[in-house]
Design a protein around this ligand. Structure first.
Ligand code: GSH
Length: 213
């Protein structure tokens, strides 16, 4: 048995796919259908993650890990030879947890989720647009002159990259944040990132096309 990632194309679960490719970890990939109720093979997804969200990773024991910031840390710690997270208890690890928390709350849940969720009310979207500049500027300030969020490449970069790819579907212009734009370009130079992106983009586009008659 291998690890199993439940994903949606181009969603935050792509960070886990990037991890698997970076760390050369054998895994299986199960797409969750739009609506988040069923997997591509018809199974009840709410039985996997009652929140109906991705990512979820099923371990060999059957245990399911959810919440992106935790999934990524679990995997980085489980495969320490990948060196994709600083050792637990070090200053850099606290720094990584700080950024993962920032990404998941301030950016993902606070800004991008309300803007990109079709059913979210206009007022929620407007409030998120209001919150975006401070958060994007905070990141831009941090990334000026740096390659990665931490001293070394880590799982936090994977999560940040995926979130920043979503700017294309919003009115937040990445070109207003040159250090973040350069970060996205740097990430795309990595074979594991390109591979994950190139595999998920067609799946995402296929769902936008009307079903063939
Ligand atoms: N708190 C969760 C949020 C995950 C999340 O929002 N995932 C999105 C995709 S990026 C999702 O599954 N959306 C479907 C939904 O919420 O109905 C985490 O950090 O993993």
């Amino acid at each position: 048995m291998t690890l199993q990632l439940y994903f949606r194309p181009m969603a935050c679960s792509m960070a886990t796919r990037i991890f698997f490719y970076e760390a050369d970890v054998d895994a299986t990939y199960t797409k969750v259908e739009k609506g988040m109720l069923r997997t591509e093979d018809g199974a009840d997804y709410l039985a996997v993650n009652p929140m109906g969200q991705v990512p979820a990773v099923r371990l060999e024991t059957g245990q399911v890990i959810t919440e992106n910031a935790i999934v990524l840390q679990y995997l980085a710690d489980r495969f320490p030879e990948s060196r994709l997270a600083p050792a637990y208890g070090t200053d850099q690890r606290w720094e990584m947890m700080r950024w993962l928390n920032f990404i998941t709350t301030e950016l993902h849940a606070g800004v991008f989720h309300p803007i990109l969720t079709p059913s979210s009310p206009e007022g929620a979207k407007a409030f998120s647009y209001q919150m975006a500049p401070l958060r994007m500027a905070r990141l831009e300030f941090h990334m000026k002159g740096r390659d990665w969020l931490l001293d070394d490449y880590s799982v936090a970069d994977m999560y940040l990259y995926v979130i920043l790819t979503w700017t294309q579907a919003t009115n937040i212009k990445l070109s207003d944040y040159p250090a973040l734009q350069a970060f996205v370009t740097r990430m795309r130079e990595r074979p594991a990132v390109r591979r994950a992106f190139n595999e998920e983009l067609p799946l995402y586009r296929a769902e936008l096309e009307p079903a063939a008659a």
